[in-house]
Design a protein around this ligand. Sequence first.
Ligand SMILES: Cc1cc2nc3c(=O)[nH]c(=O)nc-3n(C[C@H](O)[C@H](O)[C@H](O)COP(=O)(O)OP(=O)(O)OC[C@H]3O[C@@H](n4cnc5c(N)ncnc54)[C@H](O)[C@@H]3O)c2cc1C
Length: 438
Amino acid sequence: MRIGVIGAGAAGLAAAFDFARAGHGVTVYEAAPFAGGQASTIEVGGGRLELGYHHLFTNDSAILGLMTELGIDGSMRWIPSTVGIYTDGKVYRWSTPLDLLRFGAISLRDRIRFGLLAKRLERMKDWRSLEGVPAAQWIRDNAGSSVYEKVWEPLLRGKFGDRFESIGMPWFWSKIQTRFASRDRLGREKLGYPVNSFDEVFETLVEQIQAKGGQVHLNTPVTRVLVEDGAANGLRVKRPDGSEADEPFDLVLSTTPSFAFPELVDLPDAYVEKLNAVEYMGAVVMILEMTHPLTSVYWMNIADHEVPFLGLIEHTNLMPPEMYGGSHVLYLTNYLERHDDLYLMSEDDLLEVYLPYLARFNPSFDRSWIKRVHHNRVSAAQPVIGTNYSERIPEHQTPVRNLFLANTTQIYPEDRGTNYSVRMGREVAAMMLRGDDE
Ligand SMILES: Cc1cc2nc3c(=O)[nH]c(=O)nc-3n(C[C@H](O)[C@H](O)[C@H](O)COP(=O)(O)OP(=O)(O)OC[C@H]3O[C@@H](n4cnc5c(N)ncnc54)[C@H](O)[C@@H]3O)c2cc1C
């Protein structure tokens, strides 16, 4: 069969790998000049670095399994993580159960209650009973108002803006599950990173798809899914030279965000309503290449409304600066509505907003430490996972025959991530090859 795939991110490439392995003629079209989608990389000091900070957890079995199949599992490094939280104008360590016991922002009674609650969620395997409950309400009711106000309310609000009260409890449950799964018996967390960056995963996928006769066209957006008698039968693409071409396919898989999909194909109203029912938060990520480290922590949660960003991720506290020509790499991240002023702001203006706050994390910080800045906007960074979400997920098999959709809004109850896009891409590829309609 001839199979067309829209998008060379984790989902599209994982699916294309399986199509090619099964002996089908697969062609992947990617609008960007590079593969990797949201996990793509740039060059920093001679090394590759993700435009948005990325790591893996020990239970990310789909992507780790794929890396084994690709013969690059030896690239994985597992590193003890260092986590902090900034609340009440102070940085607290937040890596181990002992750190939680020392977490002076809340009373000792609340710390114990908090720890027991996290354990309870870890043991809870039936997330379905939580489907109708908003996470904010559940945390307030079960952890108490102090823990909620000092920790979770600012973090939920930071991630989901004004929509934070609507987030369903399974989303929070899955976050706790993942973080516990990556801990040892003493509660120490390990995080994984491919030593040659996530780029190695995507580059190897592209190589192996091509080696099996498939094609991957970068810089080649799909502008239309061609449909005849209710069935997809091809793709219209814009080639890098600006010309358009219609390519015939027997099956089509789209990995575009939900809001972009109806622009490519006419779909029945009921399906479009489902696509539109799930909103996305955008993300703005600023990378600072610096001469000095800012902190000694890899992942700093900011639970403080005054600070204009949600997290500081100091990548070179996970991987050594030597990988980036000696630069210390700091990500400043924010999840925002796509119409938010900070989302739309220019790199220079955003930097001026952020810089005054860096001294809170290191009083010696000086802007002369900054060697280079990168600024990246991600429009479909995080689907807003509301209550009773399972009823709202659009089907992979669209109402147009032979046309399938696999995007991050269809990942549930786990939070979106490269692992789950790989898993979904491969599951949908198998479904397409079996001829299932779900
Ligand atoms: C800031 C940030 C941090 C993250 N951190 C982590 C992390 O630590 N660990 C982790 O596992 N995950 C992380 N993620 C999530 C992870 O990157 C994504 O969930 C995953 O990469 C999504 O892959 P995908 O293939 O589903 O979608 P995408 O990566 O969005 O791929 C879709 C592709 O389709 C292309 N496309 C769209 N329209 C067209 C068109 N018309 N024609 C051709 N191509 C088109 C896009 O250019 C894109 O390349 C993070 C995400 C963000 C934003």
